[in-house]
Each structure stands twice: as C-alpha cells, then as structure tokens.
Design a protein around this ligand. Structure first.
Ligand SMILES: Nc1ncnc2c1ncn2[C@@H]1O[C@H](COP(=O)(O)OP(=O)(O)OP(=O)(O)O)[C@@H](O)[C@H]1O
Ligand SMILES: [Mg+2]
Length: 216
C-alpha cells in the first residue's frame, strides 16, 4: 500500500485486505511506517495475521525469510512520507497498490508516487478509497471526475472502488474485518471485490511473460 500522501487509507486497506486474504492463505503484514498504525491495531488481536514491524531496507531479507517458510502472502503498509522506504517497498512488491482519495489535491499528490512506481518499473494498481457511495446505482460525479484524472497517472485503475463508510474506521481500529463487524454490508462486499481483483492481478503479474501487460 503506497501513497506519499497521508490519510488516503493505506493502513485501513492493508488491515482489511490482510484480514480478508488471511482467511485462505498464510499471511504476514509488514508495517514499515514508524507510526505503525496497522501493527498497532492488529498486534495479537487476530491470530491469522502475523505482524512484523520493519523498514524498507529490511524488506528483501524479510521476503526471502518468509518465502523459505512457505508463506503465501506479504502485505506491506508504508508511511505517507519517507520516499526511500516507500521506494524499497515498491521494489519488493509483486504489485504496488496506490491508494488514492477522489479529490483534486489527493490525485495531484498521487502523481509523485505514480511517477516513482513507473520509474521503478513495478506492476501497480490504483485503488480509489473513501469515495462517496453511488446513489440508486448512479455513480457520483466526484468519482467520475476522479477516474478521469486518475487516467493521467498512466497506471491501471482497480475496478473495485472502496467507498467512504464509517464501519471501515470502526472495524479497523478494533483490528477486525468489516465482514465480521458488519457481515453482508456494502463495505464487506467492497473489500471482497478488491481482494479478488488484486488476487487476479497478482496471478497475472507472476507469469514470467506478463512483464508490463498490467501496466497500461
Ligand atoms: N473507506 C473509508 N471509509 C471511511 N473512512 C476511512 C476509509 N478509509 C480510511 N478511512 C479513515 O481515514 C483516516 C485515514 O486512514 P488511514 O490511517 O488508513 O490512512 P493512511 O493512508 O494509512 O494514513 P498515513 O499516511 O497517515 O499512514 C482514518 O481515520 C480512517 O479510519
Ligand atoms: Mg497509515
């Protein structure tokens, strides 16, 4: 989860995606943000998610060690500053998730991170978070405008959009999955859809010839 911009929802999505994937996979969440928000909320609360506090420079070694243990999934939460650590996380990742809020200033700020991702030539997916919910099936103008602006980042954009919903804050602070706190809620469905889409992108990215295919 990356974005050199605070508050976009990196930790919220790191925790929620980790809890979702951990239901079917062995998983570690590495928190390289000194504020350690996701480590704080998850520490010892959920036995399915092992939490490691780390730094960008330690990630390659951590990855090797975890792969030796046969671990299937590593989620990395990163700080909203500290370019070098964020670059190290992008380099270590099979897929960098650029988490962005749908505002002009957020998208402008995300351009710096998007450029970093492109320079490092790593697969990435832009995830829209804290978007206003669609009303009666009609997408909000804010989201439509944001999607247009996000196209300028020249990175693939996730179809799954995560909306602004109070349960995300409530559940995440408790270190619990939204699907446990509010089963069958729109929030749970959004995380489920995003987790699946990322899973598909990762399989795609792992085929040797895929290279930049997911980088449109
Ligand atoms: N989809 C959402 N709906 C409602 N609130 C959200 C959502 N995503 C995040 N938030 C809230 O936005 C705030 C910032 O989220 P979070 O801490 O995950 O961002 P961050 O990108 O990790 O920030 P930082 O860069 O400071 O680490 C929190 O209060 C969180 O509860
Ligand atoms: Mg955070």
């Amino acid at each position: 989860m990356v974005n050199l911009k605070g508050g976009s929802g990196k930790s919220t999505l790191a925790v929620q995606l980790a809890l979702s994937w951990a239901k079917a996979r062995t998983l570690v969440l590495a928190d390289i943000d000194p504020q350690a928000s996701s480590a704080l909320v998850l520490d010892r609360r959920d036995p399915t998610v092992e939490v490691v506090r780390s730094t960008g420079s330690k990630l390659p070694m951590l990855k090797t060690g975890l792969a030796r243990r046969g671990l299937q999934c590593l989620v990395v939460d990163t700080p909203g500053s500290m370019k070098e650590d964020v670059a190290a996380a992008i380099s270590a990742a099979d897929l960098a998730l650029l988490v962005v809020r749908p505002t002009y200033l957020d998208i402008a700020a995300a351009a710096v991170t998007a450029q970093m991702v492109r320079q490092l030539r790593r697969p990435a997916l832009v995830v829209l978070n804290q978007a206003p919910p669609a009303r009666s099936g009609v997408e909000s103008g804010v989201v439509l405008k944001a999607l247009e602006a996000l196209a300028l980042l020249r990175l693939p954009i996730a179809e799954a959009i995560v909306r602004s919903r109070a349960v995300f804050g409530r559940a995440t602070e408790l270190g619990r999955a939204v699907s446990d706190v509010e089963p069958a809620s729109p929030a749970a469905a959004e995380i489920d859809a995003l987790a699946r889409e990322i899973g598909q992108a990762l399989q795609f990215a792992q085929t040797p010839e895929a290279g930049y295919l997911i980088h449109t």
